[in-house]
Design a protein around this ligand. Sequence first.
Ligand code: PLP
Length: 377
Amino acid sequence: MIYLDHAATTPIPKAVADAMYEVLTDQFGNPSSQYALGQQAHALVEGWRKTVADALGCEPAQLHFTSCGTEGDNWAVTAAAWQNRHVGRHIVTTAVEHNAILEPCGWLAKQGYEITYLKPDKNGDLTAEQVLSAVRPDTVLVSVMMVNNETGCIFPVREIADGLKSINDKTLLHTDAVQGFLKVPFSAKTLGADFITLSAHKIGGPKGIGALYIGPRVRNPKPLLAGGGQEAGLRSGTEATAQIAGFAKAVELRQEHLTEKLTHMAQIKAYAVERLSEIPDLQLIGDGTAPHILAVSLVGYPSQNIVSDLSAKGICISAGSACHQGKPSHVVAALGLPKRTASGVIRLSFGPETTTADIDECADALKVHHDTRFPML
Ligand code: PLP
């Protein structure tokens, strides 16, 4: 199998599975239990929290484990609206965020919030000025993702944070860094965001575990789940110890020779651009600069058919985002591409294990698809 869909999810290294297995079988205590097995589990969770927090550049106490990136995104939106309920009812975000942001913004809109959805340009880019000029005295939250999951475009979160201070110091800033963490360099300490969402399964960790960084400007954050008081009272529920162990192990492994891994992915992406550009009717989409995501369109060839044809040859790529399952992607729609271009958009995404031979096979299969299928009119 050739796996070119690392933005959807990533393979789990054996060391991660082993770390999880050990917790499931030996260290299975409840971190809230008073006896030694429970206290060991508690100490382990705090150690794993430190591993992830160190990689993010924050204090362990600022990092709260969640059940996924979606949960972190939902929580950030509702927590910001709650903290700033006396400031106003306006949110600035982008039309190309993950649905985990767009949906909660939609709920708030039904409750009277006004949401400004900024559109990127045709290359998928967004400027800090665009974002900052949309901020008003009643803006409670700006939520702008770090790396778009379909185009690979990197958004200027740091510049937005810098500018926001002088425009409205009450406005909180969230960034969904699910596709940015350990892919593009940043540190929570210097980024200036109040909330940062992470998800483990994009970096070789298990599905079903993520984290939300909550910075010091968020005072008395609204708990997401109330109950036993875990996660500093903010997200109750017995800690998913095996998932957290897997998350921390994945972070540890990713950090080993990280620069080399990122350079490798960028080289693979450059090679893919070169090979795919040889295919007639193939157009690069956007100028995404993240090292692991490449969007292209086989203009006139519906992406679902491309994905099925390649799947039959054991090659996994995605039609836009895996989250859309065949429906037209809101990200591609926001780029305003012509219909034949938009319907042919596919996404290739890479990991440290991806080889040039994988790219060759994929490029050859795409060429065969082009040469043997009729394009739409
Ligand atoms: N945000 C982005 C940018 C994503 O790419 C994804 C997953 O595809 C998510 C959020 C959701 O993360 P999770 O699958 O952990 O809920």
